[in-house]
Design a protein around this ligand. Structure first.
Ligand code: ZN
Length: 201
């Protein structure tokens, strides 16, 4: 973002950043990078994540490359409001697991002058928009879509293809359960399902 009116650039106001992409695309890594820079800049930073994400460590946000940062595990987005007083920067990881009320909470924080950085999966394993992420993309000042590497052809990947047969929406897993795929390789796996959906419409 470039300020068109530098004189007013110092006016205290917050904003929303969203980092989205598939699994193994480096979302959490990018979130941690931004938050660590904010800490270096002596900002008061707090990080939240849903209780459901208990892989690796219960009180830390840890990326696949083992970078980590202390975090608070919460059940509902409203808990962020109560725990954010006197903070400058709020990070939210695995945001797709929260309900739509996250959008209102994030807006409230940004309106109060905080920088809010949200990271999450933009699509579920079926390729559908995931939870509150589409709404957050719409209201954010800045959006970053990161990509994994397609495990079949090496192109940039945006789909989180589930290798395991389980059909429930939420399965926390690693590379034994999911593989990142590009559009070409992902769509080659599911052409019948797309045709069926069109027939129903
Ligand atoms: Zn591919």
């Amino acid at each position: 973002m470039y300020p068109e009116n530098p004189e007013n650039f110092q006016t205290r106001s917050g904003w929303i950043e969203v980092i989205c992409g598939s699994m193994f695309s480096g979302k959490t890594e990018e979130l941690i990078r931004r938050l660590k820079r904010a800490i270096i800049a002596k900002q008061k930073v707090k990080i939240f994540k849903p209780v459901i994400d208990n892989r690796y460590a219960s009180e830390k946000v840890v990326s696949h490359d083992a970078r980590e940062i202390d975090s608070v595990a919460i059940k509902t987005p409203s808990e962020i409001l109560a725990a954010s007083s006197k903070m400058n920067v709020i990070g939210i990881d695995e945001a797709q697991f929260f309900d739509e009320s996250l959008t209102g909470v994030v807006t409230h924080l940004a309106n109060r002058g905080l920088r809010v950085i949200v990271a999450g999966l933009d699509m579920d394993f079926s390729g559908n928009p995931f939870g509150p992420i589409p709404s957050l993309l719409a209201i954010a000042e800045q959006v970053t879509k990161v990509h994994a590497v397609c495990m079949r052809c090496g192109q940039p990947a945006q789909y989180s293809h589930r290798i395991s047969a389980d059909k429930s929406l939420v399965i926390i897993g690693e590379k034994d359960k999911y593989e990142p795929l590009c559009r070409t390789c992902y769509s080659a796996l599911f052409p019948p399902a797309i045709k069926l959906k069109k027939l129903r419409d």
